[in-house]
Design a protein. Structure first.
Length: 134
């Protein structure tokens, strides 16, 4: 698991022997905000990344990249997102076979689509061969 931006920031503050309160004062932020970033309750925004970078002599991009990498890693375990991504991949495969695919009106994106084998993508008339949801 990658270190979160808050964990890296915690290491930076320790290395400089700065307290959370002192760092908060340097940034002009409430101490509660620093605490929440360190604990992962708050994400580092572009504005915060610029402030942290200015205080520590680092780039804003470093802090944003740390935050983004951690966020993506956390999302990889989200079951609903995994299903959503599988549906997107299936739509891409269908569209590559000339099948127009769009989510139904008012339904969740991809409802009704299931994983299909390569040979099951297009029916004999060129229409999508979509099975009922499992």
């Amino acid at each position: 698991m990658t270190l979160s931006a808050g964990e890296v920031l915690r290491h930076e503050l320790r290395a400089r022997r700065w307290t959370q309160d002192a760092f908060a004062r340097l940034l002009g932020r409430p101490p509660q905000w620093v605490s929440e970033v360190l604990c992962g309750k708050k994400s580092i925004t572009p504005r915060a990344a610029l402030q942290i970078g200015a205080a520590l002599g680092t780039s804003a991009e470093m802090w944003l990249n740390l935050q983004a990498a951690h966020d993506v890693e956390c999302l990889r375990s989200d079951r609903d997102l995994k299903r959503e991504l599988a549906v997107i991949c299936q739509r891409v495969r269908l569209s590559e076979h000339g099948v127009a695919v769009a989510p139904g009106d008012g339904e969740a994106a991809g409802a009704g689509l299931v994983e299909a084998g390569e040979d099951d993508l297009v029916g004999p008339g060129g229409e999508a061969d979509l099975a009922e949801p499992r």
